[in-house]
Each structure stands twice: as structure tokens, then as C-alpha cells.
Design a binder for this molecule. Sequence first.
Ligand code: ATP
Ligand code: MG
Length: 405
Amino acid sequence: MLTPPTMQPSNVVRNHKCQLTTLTFVTLRCVVLPEPNFPARPDEFVGRRGQIEIFCHALRQGLQAGRTASFAILGDWGIGKSSLLLKFASLCSQPSFAILPVFISASSDVRDYLRLTENMLDKFTDALLAVPTMQARLRAELRNWRFKSVDLGGVSLERESPRMFLSSGTSLLRHKLKEAWNHFLPHAQLRGAIFFLDDLQNISSISRADLALTIRDQFQCLGIENMNYSICFSAKPDYFAEAKGLADPAVRFYTKFYLEPFTLEETLDYARSVFEFVDISAKLAAWLQDKTVGHPYFLAFICKYLATTASLQPDKLEFIWPAIFDQLGREKFRSDVSQLSAREFEFIHKFANLSENELASEHYTSKFRREYFTRLVEKSLLIRTGRGRYKLYHDLFREFLRQTE
Ligand SMILES: Nc1ncnc2c1ncn2[C@@H]1O[C@H](COP(=O)(O)OP(=O)(O)OP(=O)(O)O)[C@@H](O)[C@H]1O
Ligand SMILES: [Mg+2]
């Protein structure tokens, strides 16, 4: 039996401990309020133990060798890329590593590599200024240093050719990072810096293959010169797809993590991190896993609903499912389909109503239709599961489309 949400007092309690009593109706007390539209805070992060272990191992090795590996975090929409990036950033700033994290959201208005490097340097200076161990005198110096121009040996920074533009960005970054390595980092007792670039696929004015290769060349050179700078970027899973051959060295350069949905164990950890009644979490986690297939965004969405509006018996979760699904439709799926043209909608609707989950593009013969696959992948509504094979990004979205006329 459910108690109607409106009759409940607010049951969201952050950092609140309470006693488990034998209640017929269980109010799920929430210690972490899930926010599906924001990455997880590092102290509220769950799971991904394998990736964290590999990353920390690389940090330790980096401190010994004087240069740290670079990483690519690849995954579909909402799978937890930004959350992992932020977790890594917080890990590397721990005193045992003393590596400066520099977090940058790659934006579609970055027109070329020079603009990207300027952006990186800007955030780098901000991060240095925020280091607590930085003395006031150095802080003042840093503020001037930020605006100090760089003589790149007569190279004009005006747009001449894309190649020139790439090399001037490279020179600028190298020059400034070398200065910082010799001066600011030692004074702040920092042993290196990692640039965390979120959503690299947003930079579309430079070909992905060129960008991955240029970044690799840049950070490889810094490593060769014994400066402990590295890069960790996130992107869609097909980021390297077009780079084969041309940028193969770039592909090899990065330690790659392809993020998958949560395992049942991770979903259980997630439920435990959100709700206080540990003993019902196993049942709750199994239900959540069944509904979401471990997709972190949907987990966060459903848990937020449960945390803010529901009071329920754990074995009666199915009763409130229609209300949750309805809210998902309003807040997520409708905005997904609102970005589609009438023809794209017709296409995806047909797709959802097929008996099988996955479809090979060769079933669609005309070129016109083939284009839809690419466009819908770009809009994160289809996932490419293999060469020429696609599926809808989540079964819940498929269900929504099936119920929509
Ligand atoms: N390891 C995690 N621990 C706790 N919550 C997580 C974790 N990973 C993801 N989430 C939750 O899942 C949701 C989506 O995560 P996030 O924004 O990191 O995904 P993303 O892959 O960066 O998404 P996008 O493709 O939109 O950039 C957020 O609500 C976040 O809090
Ligand atoms: Mg993200």
C-alpha cells in the first residue's frame, strides 16, 4: 500500500542518521539527494572501482617516473563520464599525490587549437590561484603572468592556415607550462598537473583525429622534457572511430575507459549511498537494476523521485512506477523527441516498434534513411553497438516511444 505523496512531510534528510523501526510503511530517508542533471560530487561518487584503481596506480607511477599517463573516458549519454572525471580530479589533488587538477568543459565555441590552449591556460591559472599553499607574493605574480604576452618567435597569432594555428597554440601552451613548471608549481609544492577536458566531442571545428593527435604530441613532448603534465578527457564512445590509421598513435597514447552501466553491485552501492535503510536496499537495488539496467542517469532520476515524494513498502514499488515513468516522459523523453523533425520522429518511432531491440543499418537501403542513423547518434538517441548496428539509447525510451502516438 502506498501513502499518497502529498500527505507526507518532506522526507529528504541530508547527513541525517535515524533508527530503523518496524514500520509497515517505510519512508525512504535520503542521505544524498540525487541530482540526475548534475555530475556526482566526488564524496558522493559510487562504484567504478577498477577505473579508480588504475588511475591511482598511474598517478603513483607518474610521480616515480616524472610523467603521468593520459586518459580517455568514453561513454554514452548520461553514463557517468563527468562524474568520473570529477572524481579523478579530486583524487589527484590529495596530499599524497599533490597534482593540480584543471577542469575544463570543452565548448562548441572553441574554434581552433589556439582558443583551446588559451582556455586551458586560463583555467590552469585559476586553479593555481586557488591552491591554499600559494603565497600572496606568488599570487600577485600569477595575476600578471596570466596576461603576459608570449613571443612565439615572430609567429603571428592571426589566422593564416589551420596548420599554423595548431602550431601557435602548441607553442603557447608549451611555453607557458614550462614557465609554470619551473616557477609556480615548485613554490606551491605541486608535483604536476592534469587537465580534465570534459566532452571533447563538442569541439567540432577541428577534426577529432587532428585534435587527439595534436593533444597527444603536445603532452608527449612535455613528458619527454620531464614536465609532469597530462590530460584526461571525456567523449562519446566513438571518439576515435574516424581516427584509425591517421591517428593510430594518438589512440594508443591514451589509457581508455569505456564506461558501462552500473553492475548490480554498483547499483546496490548507489541505493545504499542514497537511502538509509540498508536492509531494504538489496530488494530496492534489484528493482532499480531491472528498471534502469544500471544506467546512472535513470538511477538518479528514479531515486530522486523516491526520495522526494514517496513513502512506500519496498515490495510495492511497482505501484508507483507509472507515476515515475510519467515524470520521466515529461522531464526527459519529451525533450528528447522535441529536437526531432517530423521525419526523424517517424523513423525512431518505427524503430521502437520493431520486435527486436537492435537493428542493422543495411536493412535500410536508401541513402536518405541511412543519414538518420548518424543524426540520431549525434543527438544521443541511438547508440551504435557495432559496425552498422544500432539500438535506442535506453529501453525506457523505447517504452516511451511505443506508448506515444
Ligand atoms: N559513479 C557515480 N556515482 C554516483 N552517481 C553517478 C555516478 N555516475 C553517474 N552518476 C549520476 O548519473 C547522472 C549522470 O552522470 P554524468 O553527468 O556524470 O554523466 P555523463 O556521462 O557525463 O553525461 P553526459 O553525456 O550528459 O555528459 C548524474 O545524476 C550523476 O549524479
Ligand atoms: Mg557529462
